[in-house]
Design a protein around this ligand. Structure first.
Ligand SMILES: Cn1cncc1C[C@H](NC(=O)CCN)C(=O)O
Ligand SMILES: [Zn+2]
Ligand SMILES: [Zn+2]
Length: 489
């Protein structure tokens, strides 16, 4: 149950919910797509808009230049700046650093949206729009929470720091370097890191996330020559790159989803009885999850198998083929160069460089058996490590309490099958506590058509973050720890 202070804050948030939604509408209206080069200025504009909002909150904002990056056509493109901001610097208070991103996945009305993806539209309590849940809504919820304290002239009981980027959907370019560089400066007094960039496991039950999978992305190029050929003039007399590539891609997984690359499962952490119990305890509606996906049948039937294959076993997905003819109609071409894209989700305790070698060796073996004169080139454009946290960390205790207060129920303790590269970076580089605290529901359709966040989740999420500030402030403090050390010494 909530305290008088919490009730005062909750009442403020409820009363001002339409203003919070209006701000989200202004943010969603910016097409801050970090993937399409032509929209890069919009990403920068979005970062500046976020900086303005933080300054209005009273925060000190630094815009860190990230330089530029090279596109595949050799062109160089400016990266949007990274926001490092802080609000409050009281040595008596714990410091919480919030990570979020304000760039979005591409979206076009023609992709199958009922409403314009860049006009936040409320239908039946859901706020539809690109970025509504990933990640503009959660970033604003955190800012709204801080704003509510200030509007009520209440002391925020923690120091707040913010790291907000504009290149997450494109692989967080330049981010790791900055975290390393700022470890002894900006991050030096941070006690806790909170990331809110994933979803609950259920449409209704809140969750707390203590792990995510890593990923190795592979690019497999097969090439026969310089230019595409007419299949009437050359079909039947050459080794076709596309045929080689399809065979290579087909050799990766079997029909039961098992990865066929030798050695891939060797280092996967073995399953303990204790861990098994965690999956058994989770409330998970397979039918609901299936409905959210639109798929009729999964590879596994039981809750435990499904969760383990999402969270603690690796998976391999084939994403696409560059250079292959994909438009409607018929084009009787033999593409000269095709590039297959697939990735392997890494889990503890798999090693990225071992994984890379296993895959490259396997693809070369399969290819050599085909006696093809074509050129094979395998590369790894990006990779990220898996992350797992200790769920008994005080940060998790604080979050559980906050969730119980706001949602009236205990959170589901979950992992995420996707990859949040920054979680492992924070943990590994700073050695501080890291937690993912989602506010979006399982049916929010991130990266998909009809992305949304519900009004309920956005507003309760704002309350959740405000309550988290209060709960973190109640944790046994730094000063107490320090005096304990002094007495025991
Ligand atoms: C770009 N990229 C390549 N490998 C991993 C990623 C990140 C991406 N992250 C998410 O989707 C976050 C979901 N809240 C993913 O897991 O695919
Ligand atoms: Zn995201
Ligand atoms: Zn995303």
């Amino acid at each position: 149950s909530s305290s008088g202070l919490e009730n005062q804050i909750f009442q403020y948030i409820d009363l001002h919910q339409n203003e919070f939604i209006q701000t989200l509408k202004e943010w969603v209206a910016v097409e801050s797509d970090s993937i399409q080069p032509g929209l890069r200025q919009e990403v920068t504009r979005m970062v500046e808009l976020t900086a303005d909002r933080l300054r209005a909150l009273g925060a000190t904002v630094e815009l860190v230049k990230l330089g530029s990056h090279k596109l595949s056509d050799g062109q160089s493109l400016l990266l949007p700046p990274l926001i490092l901001a802080e609000l409050g610097k009281d040595p008596q208070k714990p410091t919480v650093c919030f990570y979020g991103h304000v760039d979005v996945q591409p979206a076009k009305k023609e992709d199958g949206w009922k409403t314009d993806p860049y006009t936040l539209t409320e239908i039946d309590g859901n706020l539809y729009g690109r970025g509504a849940t990933d990640n503009k809504g959660p970033v604003l919820a955190w800012i709204n929470a801080a704003e509510s304290f200030r509007a009520l002239k209440l002391d925020i009981p923690v120091n707040l720091k913010f790291i907000i980027e504009g290149m997450e959907e494109a692989g967080s370019l330049g981010l790791e370097e900055i975290i390393k560089k700022e470890n002894q400066r900006f991050f030096s007094d941070v006690d806790f890191f909170v990331i809110s960039d994933n979803l609950w496991l259920s449409n209704r039950k809140p969750a707390l996330t203590y792990g995510s999978r890593g990923n190795i992305c592979f690019s497999v190029e097969v090439r026969c020559g310089e230019r595409d050929l007419h299949s009437g003039s050359f079909g039947g007399i050459i080794h076709e790159p596309m045929t080689d590539l399809i065979a290579l891609l087909d050799s990766l997984v079997d029909t039961s989803g098992r990865i066929l690359i030798p050695g891939v499962y060797d280092d996967v952490a073995s399953l303990t009885e204790e861990e098994k119990k965690l999956y058994e305890a989770i409330e998970f509606d397979i039918e609901e999850y299936k409905n959210n996906s639109g798929v009729k049948k999964f590879l596994y039937d039981t809750k435990e198998e499904i969760l383990m294959h999402l969270w603690r076993y690796p998976s391999l997905s084939i994403h696409g083929i560059e250079g292959a003819f994909h438009e409607p109609g018929i084009k009787t071409v033999i593409p000269a160069k095709v590039i297959g894209k697939f990735s392997i989700r890494q889990v503890p305790h798999m090693d990225i460089s071992i994984g890379e070698h296993q895959v490259i060796k396997y693809l070369e073996d399969v290819f050599s058996k085909r006696n093809s004169p074509n050129k094979l080139k395998v590369s790894v454009p990006t990779s990220a490590m898996p992350w797992v946290a200790n769920i008994n960390d005080p940060l998790y205790t604080a979050a559980r309490k906050a969730i119980k207060t706001v949602f009236g129920q205990d959170p589901e303790m979950i992992r995420d099958g996707a990859t949040i590269p920054i979680a492992q970076m924070f943990q590994n580089i700073t050695r501080k506590s890291v937690m993912m605290l989602p506010v979006g529901a399982a049916d929010d359709a991130e990266h998909s058509q009809k992305e949304k966040i519900s009004r309920h989740n956005y507003i309760q999420g704002t309350k959740l973050f405000a309550t988290l500030f209060l709960e973190i402030a109640k944790l046994p403090g730094k000063l107490q720890e320090k005096s304990n050390t002094t007495t025991t010494n």
